[in-house]
Design a protein around this ligand. Structure first.
Ligand code: FA5
Length: 344
């Protein structure tokens, strides 16, 4: 029996020396150490031995088993170490590798220009008001001294939803809504940014949907010079200290007198160029002293109060400030265009 065990040991160790992978090792473990393996079989036959021989052979059997186990364990440890190393190598993270920047979005250039303009007026003590884009004919026209069939309605070709409801053509209805809310109290000092809609044919300087910012100030003793001073301060903050303004007499049914306001052309500094059509000036907004009829309809006594108002086109201002030649760029969602303004 001793010889049989020694032979088993030699055979097992030789076979184990040939083992090259985990699967073969598992098979060896089952073959030599398993319940149906040769060592167990030898041990089962020990009943036939004498009482003296039994512990001796038992010891030999245990030694053989221990020797085989030791080789298997050491091979097992070797494989585990190799596998761990392989996994570590595969999962290594190079912490010195520069990260991939996440693509971040940015506010639309028009939103940014609105923000810049709001900041300037908030700095002068104005608050920001808002009104609906789907508006009543009354607020968009009638309360602004433009009764039905008034020829000046043609100045702003409109999208009507019903006879009485339309897409607002300008931000001026917010003037009326604000005055109604204030119920005759002064001062009123608001700006109102928002989208407006007109049945204009789209071209390089016109869009059927664009953005205006309305301004309205009402108090006692508000004069045309206040309007001029405010607008000069505004354009110099927005375009630079060298910028000048010029007021040209104009007509709006809701202001009297009315003026269109030009700024010195930023491209040529006022000398005359292609952009300003050699005039040195560019138009940016409409303005005037609030018409007494408009004040009266909104609950303000025109004998006691006066005010000025203006309405500017944000896209036109953005085009001037950033040298953009076509208003349609703002609305065609070309990322190559939009990304240029991400840092503003
Ligand atoms: C008005 O809309 C008046 N409500 C402005 C106003 C307010 C006058 C308060 C007096 C007192 P106007 O139609 O001119 O005015 O438009 C004002 C500005 O909007 C223009 O100076 C121009 O910059 C811009 N604008 C007008 N039509 C378009 C268009 N189709 N596309 C882009 N911008 C436009």
């Amino acid at each position: 029996m001793r010889e049989r065990l020694e032979a088993l040991k030699a055979e097992a160790l030789e076979e184990l020396a040939q083992v090259t992978n985990q699967q073969q090792l598992n098979e060896m473990r089952i073959k030599y150490l398993g319940k149906k393996g040769p060592i167990t079989e030898v041990l089962r036959g020990m009943g036939a031995l004498s009482a003296e021989e039994r512990p001796v052979i038992g010891q030999v059997a245990n030694d053989v088993r221990a020797a085989i186990e030791a080789v298997i364990e050491s091979k097992q440890a070797e494989y585990e170490k190799a596998e761990t190393e392989m996994r570590l190598r595969a999962e290594t993270i190079d912490v010195t590798l520069p990260g991939r920047p996440a693509a971040a979005g940015a506010a639309h250039p028009i939103s940014k220009v609105i923000q810049q303009i709001e900041d300037i007026f908030i700095g002068m003590g104005y608050t920001v008001a808002e009104g609906p884009e789907v508006e009543q004919d009354y607020y968009n026209f009638e309360a602004l001294n433009l009764p039905k069939n008034h020829p000046a309605r043609d100045m702003q070709d409109s999208f009507y939803i019903t006879d009485e409801i339309l897409m607002r053509t300008h931000t001026s209805p917010v003037q009326v809504r604000t005055m109604e809310k204030k119920r005759g109290q002064v001062p009123v000092k608001i700006i109102c940014p928002g989208r407006v809609y007109r049945r204009d044919d789209d071209d390089a300087t016109h869009s059927h949907m664009f953005t205006q910012i309305e301004g309205l100030v009402i108090d006692r003793n508000i004069r045309m010079s206040d309007l001029k001073g405010t607008l000069l301060q505004f354009v110099q903050e927005l375009f630079g200290k060298q910028t000048q303004i010029r007021m040209r007499p104009s007509f709006f049914p809701f202001t009297e007198p009315s003026a269109e306001v030009d700024v010195t052309c930023a491209m040529c500094g006022g000398k005359g160029c292609r952009v300003c059509k050699q005039t040195g000036w560019l138009e940016i907004l409409g303005s005037g002293m609030v018409h007494p009829r408009v004040l009266e309809m909104a609950g303000y006594d025109p004998e006691e109060y006066s005010g000025f108002a203006f309405g500017l086109g944000v896209e036109r201002i953005a085009m001037l400030k950033y040298d953009i030649e076509d208003i349609r760029h703002f609305y065609t969602n070309d990322l190559r265009f939009l990304k240029q303004f991400a840092h503003l």
